[in-house]
Write a protein that binds this ligand. Structure first.
Ligand SMILES: [Zn+2]
Length: 163
């Protein structure tokens, strides 16, 4: 999935399920981290290792649960952040990591990612095809992103915003 698709879907899904713009903003920051790690930090040439170790959900899940535990399983809000409520920064970190987990799930919708073996991308469904040129959205990805964003927008509007 492209970075634009990841950002739009992750921000809207987290925002609509939590009602918190702060949680959505932190998940947005994590929305392309697995690809950024793959490209910038680990390997310059992605072809051989694309969607392998950086797209293995288990370490991201462990880190997310660790942060959620320290956040007392609460959703961070701007009001809690301003008042310095204990655990709010852990909550922000947990949603940042949640963005990484959603990235992997989104990639699994248009290809494969590792399940138990981090060196073998074996889990995923081909819900839509990617555009042949990197960075371009295919018609399928645009439709998928649009449907998720519109449903999330409706759910978020119904739920209201928690500041
Ligand atoms: Zn990816």
């Amino acid at each position: 999935m492209t970075g634009h698709g990841h950002r739009a879907v992750t921000f809207m899904v987290v925002g609509s399920t939590t009602g918190s713009p702060l949680a959505a903003a932190f998940s947005l920051m994590g929305a392309v981290l697995p690809d950024s790690l793959e490209r910038v930090v680990l390997w310059g040439d992605r072809s051989r290792y694309h969607r392998r170790l950086t797209h293995w959900f288990i370490p991201w899940l462990v880190l997310t649960l660790f942060c959620f535990h320290h956040a007392n399983w609460s959703v961070p809000s701007a009001a809690a952040l301003v008042s310095g409520r204990e655990g709010t920064l852990w909550g922000c970190a947990s949603f940042w990591l949640m963005g990484c987990l959603l990235h992997i799930l989104e990639d699994a919708c248009c290809g494969t990612v590792p399940l138990l073996n981090p060196w073998r991308a074996s889990f995923g469904i081909h819900l839509f095809r990617m555009a042949p040129k990197a960075g371009e959205m295919s018609a399928g990805e645009m439709a998928f992103t649009l449907v998720v964003v519109l449903f999330s927008l409706a759910a978020w509007a119904k739920r209201g915003i928690t500041l």
